[in-house]
Design a protein around this ligand. Structure first.
Ligand SMILES: Cc1ncc(COP(=O)(O)O)c(C=O)c1O
Length: 386
């Protein structure tokens, strides 16, 4: 028999987030799963936002007249226009956009566009979402890691130093809000400083906007995008509907590029169409239809849903911060995440109590049910001390 060619495959790396999330799932009843970035309800199941539920109901009612034809390669126009307005406000004429498979697809297609521009090197402030590095290296980019934090606060020094030394235009992959894993975002002042620094340079910023509406507010969370755009910085945006519409499995996202005029926008969209065709052809449609319906018919409800959610997340952060002073600095940010200063032994002690964090100490605060907060803070006090 001929030996299987697959026998020579090197061992596949394990995705650290999905591996620990699977472990948490298999731990059964009574688990607190604060691993993967999903916003859960009190039973630990992903939340269904009332505004999104209404859109799904009207989608289902209308479906007998519907079909599952191929969509346009760029995605549905009503989805693209609704989301570009969420991101950029009213001025969307020069925004090239394409529907993608989640935020991951949006980052990927934008990175492919960077490659077409001839960009070979990308700056990545770390720590970051682990998949950023994987996507970059899988596309052959040279990755320059710079520190996201200096003495516990967000810092632009690493980025500025690296870009000042750069011989060619680089990509800069930044998170627009709700920084994963630290919860610590650049201040508006820092975004302004960055915009001033980047003005008249050819570096291209890719802003990953995976948490719009879950940190400060729908408009506020897009402030970094709008500020860099107004400053005329070459800009790409990767948007995700996974968290802010709670439709993780529908794999819905949008990639945008800011063009200088309508002709450039059309050219960019022609490139987007070929890039998506080479990846997997058009992105899935159901999430696009639901997001479009949310934004057309249930936008007020959706904004209220997100406001309620932000209040819950903020309250949980505060409870943990007040109860466990050694975590106060780590919890100074906002949004779902904080990087708790825990040793691997301490992470193991949490695990023995069926409390699952990521191995680096990242906690998804929105994964802890309200009714289990006391149990969680007590465990922190006993394991970390107070
Ligand atoms: C910073 C960041 N970008 C992108 C994504 C990917 O989002 P999606 O699930 O929509 O692909 C995530 C998901 O956790 C994320 O944290």
């Amino acid at each position: 028999m001929i030996p299987s060619p697959f026998a020579h495959l090197p061992p596949a790396p394990v995705d650290p987030v999905f591996a620990i999330a699977a472990e948490a799932k298999s731990a059964g009843e009574g688990t607190i799963d604060a691993t993967v970035g999903v916003i859960s309800d009190e039973t630990g199941t992903p939340l269904m936002l009332p505004g999104v539920r209404r859109a799904i109901e009207s989608f289902a009612r209308s479906f007998p007249q519907g079909n599952f034809a191929y969509p346009p390669l760029l995605g549905f126009p009503e989805f693209r226009s609704g989301v570009t307005r969420l991101i950029f406000g009213d001025q969307t004429d020069a925004i090239a956009s394409i529907a993608t498979t989640g935020g991951t697809g949006a980052v990927t297609i934008n990175l492919k566009l960077l490659k077409l521009l001839g960009i070979r090197e990308v700056l990545l402030p770390v720590p970051s979402w682990p998949n950023h590095r994987r996507l970059l290296t899988s596309l052959g980019f040279i990755v320059h890691e710079v520190p996201h934090l200096e003495r516990g606060s967000t810092s632009l020094h690493g980025i500025m130093e690296a870009l000042s030394a750069a011989k060619q235009p680089c990509g800069v992959l930044l998170q627009a809000c709700g920084h994963n894993p630290t919860g610590l975002d650049f201040t508006d002042e820092q975004w302004r400083e960055l915009a001033t620094f980047l003005r008249k340079k050819e570096h291209v910023v890719l802003l990953d906007l995976a948490y719009q509406g879950l940190v400060r507010g729908v408009e506020e969370d897009a402030a970094s995008v709008r500020l860099l755009r107004e400053a005329g910085i070459p800009l790409l945006v990767a948007w995700s509907a996974s968290k802010n519409h709670s439709i993780y499995g529908l794999r819905t996202g949008l990639a945008c590029a800011v063009a200088s005029d309508a002709a450039e926008r059309e050219e960019l969209e022609r490139h987007f169409m070929i890039l998506t065709r080479e990846m997997h052809s058009a992105a899935p449609v159901t999430g696009q239809q639901i997001v479009a319906l949310v934004q057309q018919e249930h936008a007020d409800q959706w904004r209220t849903d997100l406001e309620d959610l932000r209040a819950v997340i903020t309250r949980k952060r505060r409870t943990l911060k007040d109860a466990v002073p050694p975590f106060a600095d780590a919890l100074a940010g906002a949004g779902l995440y904080a990087l708790l200063p825990c040793s691997s032994e301490q992470i193991l002690l949490f695990k023995q109590r069926k409390i699952f964090l990521l191995p680096d100490g990242r906690v998804n605060i929105a994964g802890i049910p309200d009714a289990r907060m006391e149990e969680f803070t007590n465990a922190c006090k006993q394991i970390i001390g107070s």
